[in-house]
Ligand binder design. Structure first.
Ligand code: SF4
Length: 254
């Protein structure tokens, strides 16, 4: 199996997602190379070529808000019976400088052409300190935000963020997102986050954030770092049970 190729279009799918059922994806990243504020060891799009939280140098390669709306309308006019329209793609969607405006336009298109479909954002949580991102997330039906690690050391090893991203800031920001659903990838190996201390610290952070629920999963596709491996489902179930017992937060294993 190989690393997945970058998406070549703004809209992709619909895909049958384990977590979001029938979902039409929106990709707001450049199509020629991977740009992200993280460089996760498990990323199935390979290593991040440009590690940054600032996409101003890439503006010419980002889709314009009007182009996103038009591309979405083209798909919605096909009457696809979707469960979700999902901001995801192969980078971090909230890094797009016009993210809030795009969310408004996507809501507009959805309300007129597919009113029952919900809108989800999958994000790595690195931009929650920006008011415009927080405001945009308040407008969507579901915010699924990443927290793979419970301490800074593991965060730097697994997510390898760009220098402007602070682990403590992310934890504080996550506490303030209403109805947040946390998504967590666990991977094994020396660069993974499966050590006892790492999972104990992560459970403690889940207890302080008190999300609506947690989505726990492991590798489904080849990772950027070949030294990390997947985690068996029964191990994930064991961690899920322990988390629920200690925090009272529902944890679903995928
Ligand atoms: S945040 Fe997502 S896109 Fe960015 S490196 Fe991690 S897994 Fe890949």
């Amino acid at each position: 199996m190989q690393i997945l190729k970058l998406k070549k279009t703004i809209i992709y799918g619909p895909v049958n997602s384990r977590r979001l059922r029938k979902s039409l994806g929106i990709n707001l990243s450049p199509i020629k190379y991977k740009v992200c504020s993280f460089n996760c060891v498990y990323c199935h799009y390979g290593w991040t070529k440009y590690l940054t939280s600032d996409l101003s140098d890439f503006e010419d390669e980002l889709p314009r808000p009007g182009a996103v709306k038009k591309a979405l309308e083209y798909f919605l006019e096909k009457n696809l019976k979707l469960d979700y329209i999902t901001f995801s793609g192969d980078g971090e969607p909230t890094l797009h400088p016009d993210f809030e405006e795009i969310v408004d336009l996507v809501i507009e298109a959805k309300d007129s052409l597919s009113p029952r479909t919900k809108i989800a954002v999958l994000s790595n949580s690195s931009t929650l300190h920006k008011k415009k991102v927080r405001d945009a997330l308040k407008k969507v039906d579901l915010s699924v935000l990443k927290l793979d690690c419970g301490n800074e050391e593991a965060f730097k090893k697994v997510n390898r963020p760009c220098c402007s991203v602070s682990f403590d800031q992310i934890i504080e920001d996550l506490k303030n997102v209403k109805d947040v659903v946390i998504q967590t990838m666990l991977v094994d190996g020396k660069n993974g986050n499966l050590k006892q201390k790492d999972t104990d610290d992560w459970i403690e952070k889940i207890g302080t954030i008190k999300p609506r629920s947690v989505q726990l999963y492991s590798l489904e596709n080849p990772p950027a770092d070949e030294s990390v491996g997947g985690v068996e489902k029964n191990k994930l179930e064991e961690i899920a049970k322990k988390t629920e017992k200690k925090t009272g937060v529902e944890v679903k294993v995928y």
